[in-house]
Design a protein around this ligand. Structure first.
Ligand code: FES
Ligand SMILES: [Fe+2]
Length: 370
């Protein structure tokens, strides 16, 4: 299938919604404020796509600066424990999963899905004071979502809607970007960079410069950064599907949920058809970011299950976006984003609104702890 600009597949959308327009100014930090290196805890984060956990096995992954293991259990559920035995700190994922019990490879203690020690290789009963840390984990939308905050508040209804991800013909993938997750959010919430960074890969032609941007908030709390271009020249890849000189209406809508769970919707319709006569079906793709460390991020995405689509996605993310985000991270070093006094442009409105929302969530958690 033809690889359309801005996307790695051609799937009809079910994602919609919007409410008010607003440009967000710079928000200075307050005294005692947490910096961008502090994670908001009471949120769902994506740990892995479900296919990444081997059947009846374990996956080890660094998330929010700590190693965690995800185990696939016999009843179809998953367990998420700190990948660090509480006895002498070796990775439990190097042990074995047997009968839903994770056996440490060093001295043989066994832990159940709650982190309780349920097996002692010696005749005495398992020590009740030894526990592995655990986190709530939920299997939804082909992903495994974890809640690093208060387990009593881990309501699965708060997981953002990514139901569209479960569809045929698509391959779900992950890569690591060497930059803070909010720098990756900046990249995705400000798609104007495509006119410079992705000119070849996406065949863009400057239409976004004549587009109108709106930043909106919907009833689910999502922030949308929308670009709408009316009656513009088509991108190069679409020209063969149109008559000579025919214009198109194009839209690029990015939805953001805290901490960094995004969906990009792209549409292209013949101009003057009220978006009814699409050149290709509307395209929708996940762009979900989870911090690995303070300076690196897991990037979860999907694309059509073809070698061409896979290669295009890697070109865009690995060869084009990644070096820019990494360079920004290196220039920033360990400084807080706001302390570096970034210039704020109108086109940053969506990215800044997302940063502001995270700042508010951090403040709220700081006040709860104080
Ligand atoms: S390190 Fe795990 S049982 Fe000793
Ligand atoms: Fe990009």
């Amino acid at each position: 299938m033809l690889q359309a600009a801005w996307s790695f597949g051609t799937i009809p959308s079910g994602v919609g919604g919007a409410v008010s327009k607003h440009i967000v100014p710079h928000l200075p930090k307050r005294e005692g404020e947490k910096t961008m290196s502090d994670y908001v805890r009471n949120l769902w984060y994506l740990a892995a796509w479900d296919h990444e956990v081997p059947d009846g096995g374990m996956l080890s992954r660094t998330l929010l600066d700590e190693k965690w293991l995800i185990a696939g259990l016999s009843d179809g559920a998953y367990a998420m424990l700190a990948d660090r035995c509480p006895h002498r700190f070796v990775p439990l994922s190097k042990g074995r999963l047997e009968g839903d019990v994770i056996h440490c490879p060093y001295h043989g203690l066994g832990f159940d899905r709650t982190g309780a020690c349920v097996h002692n290789p010696f005749p005495s009963p398992p020590p009740t004071h030894v526990r592995a840390r655990m986190m709530p984990v939920v299997h939804r939308h082909r992903g495994l979502w974890f809640w690093p905050g208060d387990p009593d508040r881990a309501d699965p209804a708060l997981i953002p809607d990514f139901a569209f991800v479960d569809r045929k013909g698509m391959q779900r993938s992950r890569l690591v970007i060497r930059g803070h997750y909010e720098l990756v959010t900046d990249n995705l919430m400000d798609l104007t960079h495509a006119e410079f960074l992705h000119v070849t890969s996406f065949g863009v032609n400057g239409s976004i410069f004549s587009g109108s941007q709106s930043v909106l908030t919907d009833e689910s709390g999502a922030i949308w950064n929308n670009w709408d271009m009316a009656a513009v020249a088509p991108p190069m890849w679409a020209a063969p599907m149109l008559r000579e000189g025919e214009r198109v209406d194009q839209w690029l809508h990015m939805r953001w949920h805290a901490p960094a769970a995004m969906v990009l919707t792209v549409g292209l319709a013949r101009a003057g058809t009220e978006r009814a006569d699409m050149v290709v079906p509307q395209m929708v793709n996940p762009h979900i970011i989870t911090p690995e460390t303070q300076r690196s991020s897991h990037y979860f995405y999907d694309h059509e299950a073809t070698p061409e689509a896979e290669a295009l996605a890697r070109q865009v993310f690995v060869e084009e976006d990644e070096p820019m985000i990494e360079a920004a991270q290196q220039a920033l070093g360990d400084r807080d984003f706001w302390e570096a006094r970034p210039a704020i442009l109108e086109t940053d409105a969506g990215a800044i609104r997302a940063r502001r929302r995270l700042m508010q969530l951090r403040r709220a958690e700081t006040l709860e702890v104080a």
